[in-house]
Design a binder for this molecule. Structure first.
Ligand SMILES: [Zn+2]
Length: 421
């Protein structure tokens, strides 16, 4: 009887411990996805405000040191007017239309020329566009079609090559604002719309403002939890920036991408401050990831601890999902460690399986993998939240919390066992 009570109490204690972490995790995800941070973008101070919040969170978590590492970027932003009407019907930004990241602003009323993609003939298209009725038109074409015929369509983007005002590219629905990495501005505007929003439309009215920021200041937040030994370390990374605003009212909350990974790092720091590790552990919260890995690339060029002292690096980007199969990428030097990850997973069934894909420049592990650091990237792909990736629907309401605990457990178990493996 006594034994039973003890077991129940112990069970309750472990459940409590993880419940506590999950609650903390959710709280941080919710905060970072809130309107206060305006999608943690590079204008309106969203990303930097989130960075300041994170510094405090790491301090509260019990980190021994928390510092900021500043860098600058040139970036095109859309924080002003963002309006579009298709044959008089008002479209919703972020849902029906968005802007390509490197597009200039655009204002006016334009005829629409729909490219005949079924019987495509470049010569005929350019002949049509030379007609007076299509001077100053917007040329509408499916995104991938334009990509396949980019030689033709790049002419329509450049000033002085054709009399069109710009391009409309149709893309998936909901519209995905792929990246925020407009480090330049092209000559003519490119508007993204869903196919439904522009089908058969003859005229559009647009009023979109952009602002190109030069030398915009951003910072990485670096927290350290000291272990007994300081000659080498483990490193967790996650980016805390996201796509920011699309016009004055719309912002990309980025709950899954990547408030989820950011929150995981805060709770891991809290865990290690309570359960002191053998080696120092660094928590690198990067900015500028959605602007083409700018923060992690800057850090990798200016590390505060030499990169060859990293035993293993864990990059967590988008775990706010529920796929029991966990996607990961591993550097060549990290493959020995990956064998341990597989062993741990087989023994504990944290995930149904680990699905390792080819290494790509798709998140902050890449600048380290390129520099031969043993590392792994966790991203929970193709769960129910993944469909909202880079859309305005990647918000707290759509975030899922299933992957947090298995990721937390697999990395903490890894650090416990890697030395003896
Ligand atoms: Zn991301």
């Amino acid at each position: 009887m006594k034994k039973k009570v003890l077991i129940i109490l112990l069970l309750f204690a472990t459940v409590q411990l993880y419940a506590q972490d999950l609650a903390h995790y959710k709280k941080v995800v919710k905060e970072l996805s809130s309107s206060r941070y305006q999608g943690r973008g590079y204008a309106r101070g969203g990303a930097n405000k989130a960075g300041k919040f994170l510094q405090k969170e790491y301090q509260k978590a019990g980190a021994d040191t928390v510092i900021c590492q500043h860098f600058t970027i040139d970036i095109n932003t859309f924080c002003g007017k963002m309006q579009m009407w298709a044959d008089g019907k008002k479209l919703t930004p972020g849902v029906d239309f968005a802007m390509r990241e490197y597009s200039p602003g655009v204002k006016g009323e334009f005829p629409v020329y729909h490219v005949d993609t079924l019987n495509y003939n470049a010569e005929k298209m350019f002949a049509d566009l030379a007609k007076p009725e299509y001077a100053n038109c917007l040329v509408c074409v499916e995104f991938w079609f334009a990509y396949r015929h980019r030689k033709d369509f790049s002419k329509l983007q450049k000033a002085g090559q054709c009399t069109n005002a710009g391009l409309i590219q149709t893309f998936s629905s909901p519209i995905k604002f792929f990246k925020a990495y407009g480090e330049r501005v092209i000559d003519k505007p490119i508007i993204w719309t869903t196919p439904e929003a522009i089908e058969g439309v003859k005229r559009v009215r647009v009023n979109v403002e952009n602002e190109f920021l030069k030398g915009y200041d951003l910072f990485n937040v670096i927290a350290k939890v000291e272990g007994e030994l300081h000659d080498s370390c483990y490193v967790f990374t996650a980016h805390y920036d996201h796509l920011g605003n699309l016009g004055r009212k719309i912002f990309y909350a980025g709950a899954n991408d990547n408030a989820s990974g950011t929150a995981a790092l805060v709770t891991l720091a809290a865990y290690y401050a309570q359960n002191r590790p053998k080696y120092d552990i660094y928590f690198l919260s990067f900015s500028g990831e959605d602007a083409n890995l700018r923060g992690s690339e800057f850090y990798a060029n200016n590390p505060i601890v030499p990169l060859d002292r990293i035993k293993y690096l864990f990059n967590i980007d988008m775990i706010g999902d529920n796929n029991p199969v966990q996607y990961c990428e591993v550097s060549d030097e990290g493959m020995k460690g990956f064998a341990l990850f597989e062993k741990i997973n087989e023994e504990n069934h944290f995930f149904k399986s680990l699905n390792r894909g080819a290494l790509a420049a798709n998140s902050d592990h890449y600048p380290f993998a390129k520099r031969h650091v043993p590392c792994i990237f966790f991203e929970n792909e193709n769960g129910d939240a993944f469909q909202y990736y880079h859309t305005v629907f990647d918000d707290y309401k759509h975030a899922l919390f299933d992957s947090y605990e298995p990721v937390f457990k697999i990395v903490t178990t890894f650090i416990e066992r890697y030395e003896k493996f």
